[in-house]
Design a binder for this molecule. Structure first.
Ligand code: B12
Ligand code: SF4
Length: 562
């Protein structure tokens, strides 16, 4: 054990995500031999910010076990992550407490709901750049308990160090994340990004970003790099200044990386930016479409998606070399009975194969959860998380809906049934095959190790699609062969979407079964409405349910509220 004067041995632990999620891309990981989609960028950034003499090791519980010996060998355990990691994070805290090793938590979930993490010795809330020095000084002064909160949105990301990529085993991951900016200028009501990272995107400098890429390159990493920005184009001026440097870097290094990111749909309005992203080798983009209903987009304050053809916007992104995945949500207040049809049609017209359709879930610390609470519609335990819980696909609608809950659930189920029905899904992949125009880079160097690995993965995909899932075989081969013949450059995008489907298809069937179960409970009057969080209660959504409200009470309650 170190005393206050010697450098502590720090064990960083990234908690497990719970299993039932549309986002865990299980089959893709199996096919690629990976153990988790992405590494813990928050923890490795934190590791780089600690004093250099502190010795850091990392355990990612999604990739490997954590032993008591590892905990006992540490002077301090640092852990934390996002909401779906909460149950495992609490297990890690309990183990540290039981073994008598001080534990410090931080990251987005503890920042949103600190009351859940009371057992930890230290809480370091908010962006670490703004507060870690205070924690380190307290530790070095011998303090062994405390709570430290960063001032909101003031962390200077130009001071963020290069993350400790050296702590990672690259082969454990499908891709590696880097971050250029934090925050988003928009005001979507359900979003917690703007609460956690602010509305004024703060960006790193070009030399800083290139130094991160140099480090990854120097460590031998090649392939997929994800810009984990909340909205890469949140500060258009800054990204336009950075991209020419990125293009040059890629050219000089023979295009060792292909990039993905997340951006708002108004990217489609900016040809200059789209051209730069194509030239830097961006190949995939996630965007929040949420709903095709204009009135709902306005009500949920997502105005950037209004007054446009969503399909045309998405096709524009395809033309610039990127395939698109998108988020859709069912359960908004202003939704109409026709939403299932409208949403399925929108998804079909855009030709987005992987549409992450979820139920609206009021996250803690958002405008939405504050409004619902004020309106007396938020369930008391609305943010409770358990290890066997699913994501917002099965657990969404944690509040009293304005339309009958049964209708919302039925609409959601209908969308999932329609969009993930094999013929419909593969038709959308065909759209990708026809529309995506991948650029050719004269300076691109082939990495033969990667080519061999990709070919091996492709063989396994063909085998799975044909032998393991014979019901998909004819669709798969039809789209695959058409792409190989007409637009071979789009093969990677096509196959990637099909691989993700190997997880999303069975997962969507599982969600449909769960939703049908919820509907059956409502029909049989077995559903019991959870208690409501009082408008003036400051429980943060974590209070245990008290008492039970009779079935069908939701309707009565709503009538009373109205
Ligand atoms: C990349 C990403 C993912 C990746 C996975 C990342 C991974 N490592 O496995 C994917 C795409 C799979 C994913 C999925 C999901 N995600 Co996500 N994701 C992100 C994103 C965009 C970037 C994360 C990141 O790398 N950030 C960069 C690092 C540097 O920032 P950071 O993690 O915040 O770390 C800083 C501080 O928080 C702090 N810190 C972090 N850890 C610790 C620990 C200690 C001890 C201390 C002191 C400090 C500290 O120090 C760092 C430097 O300041 C964030 C948004 C964001 N801006 O962070 C959302 C985010 C974390 N995701 C979120 C959510 C809700 C999800 C999903 C449920 C889907 C969804 N959006 O609805 C799924 C669930 C996944 C599952 N399997 O169940 C929420 C979490 C909300 C919350 N309050 O916890 C976020 C904040 C955004 C959002 N609303 O979508 N996600
Ligand atoms: S565009 Fe995305 S990140 Fe920005 S406020 Fe809306 S949901 Fe949040």
């Amino acid at each position: 054990m170190s005393d206050a004067n010697t450098a502590p041995r720090v064990l960083m632990v990234f908690p497990k995500f719970y299993e039932n999620s549309m986002w865990n891309f299980k089959e893709a990981m199996e096919l690629q031999g990976a153990r988790a989609p992405a590494p813990p960028l928050g923890l490795i950034t934190l590791a780089a910010m600690l004093p250099p003499k502190w010795q850091v090791t990392l355990v990612n519980r999604n990739c490997e076990d954590l032993t008591d010996e590892q905990i006992l060998a540490a002077d301090l355990v640092m852990t934390g992550g996002m909401l779906p990691q909460e149950p495992d994070c609490l297990v890690v805290i309990d183990r540290c407490v039981a073994l008598g090793v001080p534990v410090c938590v931080g990251g987005p979930a503890p920042t949103s709901t600190p009351e859940v993490y009371d057992k930890a010795d230290f809480l370091v809330l908010g962006e670490a750049e703004g507060i870690l020095d205070t924690f380190v000084a307290a530790w070095e002064a011998g303090e062994r308990r405390g709570r430290f909160s960063a001032e909101k949105f003031t962390a200077d990301v130009t001071k963020s160090p290069i993350p400790r990529f050296d702590l990672l085993t690259f082969s454990h991951y499908l891709y590696i994340g880097v971050q250029f900016s934090r925050g988003c200028p928009f005001t979507c009501e359900f979003c917690d990004i703007i609460e956690l990272y602010g509305r004024s995107p703060r960006t790193k400098t070009a030399p800083q970003m290139l130094a991160e890429l140099d480090r990854l390159y120097g460590l031998g990493y090649r392939g997929h790099v994800d810009f984990v920005d909340d909205n890469l184009i949140g500060n258009k001026k800054a990204i336009k200044l950075f991209l020419p440097h990125l293009i040059k870097w890629q050219e000089t290094h023979g295009y060792p990386f292909k990039f993905s990111t997340e951006a708002s749909l108004n990217l489609a309005d900016d040809d200059e930016l789209l051209g730069m992203m194509r030239d830097a080798n961006f190949f995939a983009l996630f965007t929040g479409i949420e709903t095709p209903d204009e009135a709902t987009l306005i009500q949920t304050q997502k105005k950037q998606n209004t007054k446009r053809s969503i399909a045309d916007s998405v096709h524009k992104l395809y033309e610039h070399g990127m395939f698109v995945t998108a988020g859709f949500i069912v359960g908004f207040d202003t939704e109409k009975d026709s939403i299932a049809k409208a949403m399925s049609l929108c998804i079909s017209q855009t030709g987005i194969p992987i549409a992450m359709v979820g139920l609206l879930f009021a996250l803690p610390n958002t405008q939405l959860s504050r409004r619902l609470r004020k309106e007396g519609r938020l369930y008391k335990n609305y943010a409770a998380t358990t290890a066997d819980q699913g994501d917002q696909c099965t657990q969404g609608i944690n509040f009293v809906t304005l339309r009958p809950q049964r209708d919302v659930l039925a609409d959601y189920r209908d969308v999932l049934e329609e969009v993930y029905d094999p013929p419909n899904f593969f038709e959308r992949v065909r759209e990708v095959s026809r529309r995506v125009k991948r650029p050719k880079f004269a300076a691109q160097k082939l990495n033969w190790r990667h080519v061999a690995h990709d070919l091996w993965s492709l063989l396994r995909v063909c085998w799975r699609m044909t032998v393991r899932r014979p019901e998909l075989a004819k669709h798969f081969w039809s789209v695959f062969l058409e792409t190989a013949r007409r637009n071979p450059a789009a093969l990677e995008a096509v196959v990637t979407n099909m691989v993700i489907y190997l997880h999303v298809y069975p997962f969507s069937r599982y969600v449909i079964r769960e939703i049908n179960g919820r509907i059956a409970d409502l029909d049989a009057d077995r559903w019991v409405m959870p208690p409501i969080l009082a408008a003036d209660n400051d429980g943060g959504g974590k209070a245990a349910p008290v008492g039970k409200v009779a079935a069908k009470a939701e309707v009565k309650h709503l009538a009373a509220v109205a």
